[in-house]
Design a protein around this ligand. Structure first.
Ligand SMILES: C[S@@+](CC[C@H](N)C(=O)[O-])C[C@H]1O[C@@H](n2cnc3c(N)ncnc32)[C@H](O)[C@@H]1O
Length: 295
């Protein structure tokens, strides 16, 4: 299923107040759902520059957006490198930036990279489709117990973090932990006491590992800072995030820019999906959209 239901599609794209002929940067092209609307808005005289860390998704999006007449450039890169990407595109300032962070349904459900505890796949958890760099396999098999526990607690807000880290370290003494299925079993065994929780006992640990592998919070901080520096006056930046750690970073960054007199916050409270959207796409329920306008 090469499909991703774009979250807050209308709110995210309309909130950028894009005019025909604008230059737009989207850091998280994914399967191109938001990109399509952005390209339609800028029209033939516009310039769209898009990045995604995942080459497979980017290639699908590029093909899907072929019919749109604006100038388009795609880069398989982390949006934290927006400065070098814009330099390659020959652009100094952009009128709008969109970041729709996290992972796509395709990555969760199709790519065999171990994102889902529902399937047994190699334990990679990388947004990148290439095999280099840190993987979840390396973290669970090679990192010290305390470091694993810190990640699970810090990025997963999992209160059984120490117990799960202990379980992982015990299990790897028997044999290496190679797959998502193996890891899910280890986590379940480590937290058998959690009988009354509504969420799957593995959810928070999987989220934590994914955040660590991709340095998602570091990338967000760097992307916000560099992106804002490349916004034109009156340019807008919109960020859609999916959990509280990310939203806090966005909220704090926007607040600081406003306090320093550099920007005006367009969303005093974050915009969240409507009941209708949540009914149609339950995965959207945790999304929060914040928008800032550069002075
Ligand atoms: C929620 S999906 C985007 C969906 C897209 N807006 C759409 O409508 O199809 C998030 C995408 O961002 C990418 N991504 C996440 N963090 C990234 C980063 N720091 N740099 C580049 N791409 C990133 C993921 O690979 C994934 O394809």
């Amino acid at each position: 299923m090469d499909r991703h239901i774009s979250v807050l599609l209308r709110e995210g794209t309309e909130g950028l107040a894009i005019k025909e002929g604008a230059t737009v940067f989207e850091g998280t092209v994914g399967l191109g759902g938001h990109s399509r609307v952005l390209c339609e808005k800028i029209g033939k005289p516009g310039f769209f520059i898009g990045t995604d860390a995942d080459q497979e998704s980017l290639s699908i999006a590029e093909e899907r957006l072929k019919d749109l007449p604006c100038k388009k450039l795609f880069f398989c890169d982390n949006f934290r490198n927006i400065d070098s990407v814009l330099a390659k595109a020959g652009v100094e300032k952009v009128d709008a930036i969109l970041l729709d962070i996290g992972l796509s349904n395709r990555q969760l459900e199709v790519t065999p990279r171990g994102f889902s505890f529902m399937r047994d796949e190699p334990l990679l958890m990388t947004f990148r489709s290439s095999g280099d760099g840190l993987t979840a396999r390396e973290i669970v098999n090679e990192w010290a117990e305390d470091s694993i526990a810190d990640i699970i607690y810090g990025y997963g807000e999992e209160r059984f973090a120490r117990r799960i880290a202990r379980g992982i370290v015990e299990a790897r003494k028997e044999k290496p932990i190679e797959t998502s299925g193996q890891l899910a079993e280890i986590i379940k065994k480590s937290v058998t006491a959690r009988r009354f929780s509504k969420i799957n006992p593995t959810t928070k640990t999987f989220q934590a590992l994914r955040i660590a592998v991709n340095d998602e919070l570091g990338a967000l901080r760097e992307g916000l800072r560099k992106g804002f520096a490349h916004l034109a006056p009156q340019g807008r930046m919109a960020v859609i995030s999916f959990h509280s750690l990310e939203d806090r970073i966005v909220k704090e960054f926007f607040r600081q820019q406003a306090m320093d007199g550099n920007a005006t916050i367009a969303t005093k409270k974050p915009i969240v999906p409507s009941d209708v959207e949540i009914k149609e796409n339950p995965k959207s329920r945790s999304a929060k959209l914040r928008i800032i306008i550069k002075n």
